[in-house]
Ligand binder design. Structure first.
Ligand code: UD1
Ligand code: CA
Length: 453
């Protein structure tokens, strides 16, 4: 099958500098959803007709399987498909999709292609309570005869509730012939793709119609309002899939998945969480309210308390993160680790059983097993020019408010006294402390206002 995606439209009502088809739905451009669906049908040719913001659109899809056809200026949907004809293989039918209709299911398109076979024109149509604005499907004795655009329709035709979604499959050589015969003699002065229906009927080609299971599969985006509505539809569907897979969502209306979220058994997700990129939650993981998790993997039984931000982190089993923790890229926490409130980790591996429970920055570090990192500990990993590593060996105890000036190593079982600024390695099993000695001035008196000595 050839697939042509129409994406030259201007999207004026989006009121945005970004070309319409690049606006994101669930974190991916609208056109990306359409291209993904198209690819799932294994097309022999995949052609995108673009025009408005051409270069920006092309750059967003550098993939080699895409052929680009330029339509400039846009003169209607029929004119748009005309720009793609030289790219189409006559030996197989052509499916036309819209770049701003992101949620059509592959199964729906498969059924449409089956209905078309090799020699029929197949239209995807829906019945709408309010068909205003759409092209109407005009039937005679049940058979599709033509499509009339809203602006060209008579009062009687406007009462037809079966509308054209714009998605169709046509035999390619006939499509090329019909397109060549289009005129723009209509209310909008455009070359209508929809006029090929009457041409097919005149040629004696059978025209059939199939319907999607859901109306939202055919909805397009013309405004931010419609984009927001489709985002909700899509998120509702994704949440439904998670529920069906056994994930416990505290409220399926309050989760956002912008990428792929894979969950084991008995995963619980509280409200207000956002998942981006590829996220994997193993059995029994609990994500409490208002966490953002991006490209991360969490081991079985791990719990993330409210208000955490995780990015490119890997966490082992039975760990406890947050509340208010930030795990930045390159964080690898082993099993039974604890990272508490206002703690930031970056590019750091921490082995099993270690804890940083409060107010710490641990960056570019390697932390052993059963280490305790006290409140206010900071790895000074950056000297203004280069980053250096801090190594903390097993069973070390880092007292509160300690600065570890990297590169530096804290030996196995070492203890650092509170307030230490560590600039040289701390030996194993010893107490190391850098702190001005405490002093009390015996006869000191507090100054009194207005009284000189
Ligand atoms: C079109 C159909 C109408 C159908 C409706 C469904 C025609 C003449 N009408 O209406 O029957 O009910 O879709 O939404 O086909 N595009 C281009 N180049 C152009 C014009 C459009 O690439 O010159 C693209 C747009 O970017 C969009 C799609 O084609 O992705 C549909 O364009 P739009 O203007 O929304 O279609 P309508 O004329 O409203
Ligand atoms: Ca439209």
């Amino acid at each position: 099958m050839n697939i042509v995606v129409l994406a030259a439209g201007m999207g004026k009502r989006m009121r945005s500098d970004l070309p319409k088809v690049l606006h994101p739905l669930a974190g991916r451009p609208l056109l990306g959803h359409v291209v993904d669906t198209a690819r799932s049908l294994a097309p022999s040719r995949l052609v995108i007709v673009h025009g408005h913001g051409a270069e920006t659109v092309r750059e967003a899809f550098p993939d080699h399987d895409i052929r680009w056809a330029l339509q400039s200026p846009p003169r209607g949907t029929g004119h748009a498909v005309q720009q793609a004809v030289t790219e189409l293989d006559d030996a197989s039918p052509t499916l036309v999709l819209y770049g701003d209709v992101p949620l059509t299911r592959a199964a729906t398109l498969g059924a449409l292609a089956t209905a078309a076979g090799t020699d029929r024109l197949a239209l995807l149509t829906v019945h709408l309570d309010d068909p205003a604005g759409y092209g109407r499907i005009v039937r005679e004795a049940g058979a599709v005869r033509r499509i009339v655009e809203h602006k060209d329709a008579s009062e009687a035709e406007r009462s037809i509730t079966e509308v054209n979604t714009g998605i169709l499959v046509a035999p390619t050589p006939a499509l090329k012939r019909w397109l060549a015969g289009l005129t723009n003699d209509n209310a909008q002065g455009e070359y209508y793709l929809t006029d090929i229906v009457a041409a097919a009927v005149a040629d004696g080609v059978e025209v059939v119609a199939t319907h999607p299971d859901h109306v939202w599969e055919t909805l397009g985006v013309n405004s931010k309002r419609q984009l927001a509505e489709l985002e909700r539809v899509h998120q509702h569907n994704l949440a439904g899939d998670l529920l069906d897979a056994g994930v416990h969502l505290m409220d399926p209306a309050r989760i956002d998945v912008r990428g792929s979220l894979r969950c084991g058994r008995d995963v619980v997700i509280d409200v207000g969480c956002v998942f981006e990129g590829d996220v994997e939650l193993a059995d029994g993981v609990r994500i409490h309210a208002h966490c953002v998790v991006r490209d991360s993997r969490l081991g079985a039984g791990t719990e993330v308390l409210p208000f955490c931000h995780l990015e490119s982190a890997v966490v082992g089993e039975q760990a406890r993160i947050g509340p208010y923790a930030r795990l930045r890229p390159g964080t690898e926490l082993a099993e039974h680790t604890h990272v508490g409130n206002f703690v930031e980790f970056k590019n750091t591996r921490m082995a099993a059983g270690s804890k940083a429970n409060h107010l710490a920055y641990v960056g570019d570090a390697t932390v052993g097993r059963n280490v305790n990192i006290g409140a206010g500990t900071i790895t000074c990993n950056y000297d203004g020019a280069n980053k250096h590593r801090t190594v903390i060996e097993d069973d070390a105890f880092i007292g509160s408010d300690t600065q570890l000036v990297a590169p530096v190593t804290v030996g196995r079982g070492a203890t650092l006294g509170a307030g230490t600024t560590l600039t040289a390695d701390a030996p194993a099993d010893k107490l190391t402390i850098s702190r001005a000695r405490q002093l009390t001035i015996e006869n000191w008196q507090r100054p009194v206002k207005g009284k000189s000595r």
